[in-house]
Design a protein around this ligand. Structure first.
Ligand code: 6PG
Length: 475
């Protein structure tokens, strides 16, 4: 009987498509799922290719070459543990399990230790690009057991998206670094999506633009230096008509759902005390959108004045908006990458940020032409403390800064909601301030809670009885 090079557990859309991708690059693949319908679908879609489906787990494992390589593409959480428990007795020392789902990185850390203890190789691998990416080239972020990665490296490099002849996959680092990087990728994804949603709001509410103009603008931006997957799909969405000839997007409920990776990014950023406010805001806005009834009620209490005339003069507006979008985009990437560099120090992930930017240039949801600029920035200076310090990035920010100020100021004056834009300029203004008013916060904390404070140019910590001035007392 022929043995298969790679096995995949989970024959949902992602699993099936990844297996077909593997097979179309000349590697044989076995797929396992308890659901016979999904297995049948694999065999139909993979007719004529070196793929085989299984509903029996023992037969599936027996069909694999040794050491067995099994990629899990199942929903994150308990299911991953359940699958591992089911597979473990059938596996031999040296076999490799790869978790290709969106697992929480702390779960991956536990699983790495747990499986290492029983002689199995395990690594967590973020896979981005959705259904299309899985089939024709995703971006993959494998981290953990390096030896195991090297064993499957030829397969992963063959099936990954390719940009300038380079595969969008690289060894990310030890432990759960692969899943950590994928989580931050998703945080960035949420924030860019919110920035595009703000852009749409400005177009339709501030400028009263119709669908054609909205569509054309997104499509136009996607042709030049702003080229990105999220702009491309946005342009497509504004071209998609329902059967009655009207835009489908206009019929979709304005309540955004999520599966949790954005929220995890926000949670870990507060644990690491590394601010990523635009990502936090994007998570919050999805949650806020769910309060539809409350929003409807509040919209009658605080009625928004209608703009009879467009808020901006059309000639200058297009440039203003494009420059503001550029500013926002660069700021969002910078926040996400800042979080990666902090996590790399804390968890000793040894992340190579130039490499991460490189593998995000293709296949993944946040791919855009800016990632080449980011890659170059970290190639020039691997230890760059913040992307804003890169000369090319800083010149983009300086060039576009005034536009975002004008855009936000006028939108706010006219009552148009632009939370992501307002947040990016707020972040910029705070992080480029050598002096912040945080000294006052320290004084207040000390006043009501005797939490102490430090003094400029004087060592030690101090406390003051603020209500009865008698000087600061060293603690
Ligand atoms: C990707 C995506 C993907 C993500 C979904 C849904 O990189 O292919 O990030 O992994 O899980 O797009 O995410 P939400 O349901 O949280 O929006």
């Amino acid at each position: 009987m022929d043995k298969y090079r790679i096995g995949i557990v989970g024959m949902g859309t992602m699993g099936r498509n990844l297996l077909l991708n593997i097979a179309s690059h000349g590697f044989s693949g076995a797929g396992f799922d308890k659901d016979a319908t999904k297995v049948r679908l694999l065999e139909q879609e993979g007719a004529g290719m070196q793929v085989k489906g299984f509903v029996d787990v023992t037969a599936f494992i027996d069909s694999l070459e040794k050491p067995a390589v099994i990629i899990l593409l199942v929903p994150a959480g308990k299911i991953v543990d359940d699958v591992i428990v089911e597979l473990q007795p059938l596996l031999a020392k040296g076999d490799i399990i790869i978790d290709g789902g969106n697992s929480h990185f702390t779960d991956t850390t536990k699983r790495v230790d747990q499986l290492e203890a029983v002689g199995l190789h395990f690594f967590g691998m973020g896979v981005s690009g959705g259904e299309e990416g899985a089939r024709y080239g995703p971006s993959m972020m494998p981290g953990g057991d390096k030896e195991a990665y090297q064993y499957v490296q030829p397969v992963l490099e063959a099936i990954a998206a390719q940009v300038d002849g380079e595969p969008c996959v690289t060894y990310i680092g030890p432990g759960a670094s692969g899943h950590f990087v994928k989580m931050v990728h998703n945080g960035i994804e949420y924030a860019i999506m919110q920035l595009i949603a703000d852009t749409y709001e400005i177009m339709r509410v501030a400028q009263n633009w119709g669908e054609d103009k909205i569509q054309e603008t997104f499509a136009e931006w996607n042709k030049d230096d702003l080229k990105s997957y999220l702009l491309e799909i946005t342009a497509d969405i504004f071209a998609y008509k329902d059967t009655d000839g009207t835009l489908l997007v206009d019929k979709i409920k304005d309540e955004a759902k999520s599966k949790g990776t954005g929220k995890w990014t926000t949670q870990i950023s507060t644990d690491l005390e590394l601010p990523i406010p635009t990502i936090d805001l994007a998570v919050a806005l999805r949650d806020l959108s769910k309060y539809k009834t409350l929003r409807e009620k509040l919209s009658t209490v605080f009625e928004r004045q209608k703009n009879d005339k467009p808020v901006f003069k059309d000639a200058a507006f297009k440039d203003l908006l494009k420059q503001s979008y550029t500013f926002g985009l660069v700021t969002i990437y910078s926040q996400g990458i800042h979080l990666l560099s902090r996590a790399s120090e804390v968890y000793n992930y040894q992340l190579k940020l130039n490499e991460i930017a490189r593998i995000w240039r293709g296949g993944c949801i946040i791919r855009s032409s800016f990632l080449e600029l980011i890659r170059k920035g970290f190639e020039r200076e691997a230890g760059l403390a913040h992307l804003f310090l890169d000369p090319e990035v800083s010149s983009i920010l300086k060039y576009t800064e005034q536009s975002v100020r004008t855009l936000v100021a006028q939108c706010i004056t006219s009552g148009v909601s632009v939370p992501a834009y307002a947040n990016t300029i707020g972040y910029y203004d705070a992080i480029r301030s050598a002096e912040l008013p945080s000294n006052l916060i320290q004084a207040q904390r000390d006043y009501f809670g005797a939490h102490t404070y430090e003094l400029i140019g004087k060592s030690g910590v101090f406390h003051t009885d603020w209500a009865h001035p008698s000087g600061n007392i060293p603690v």
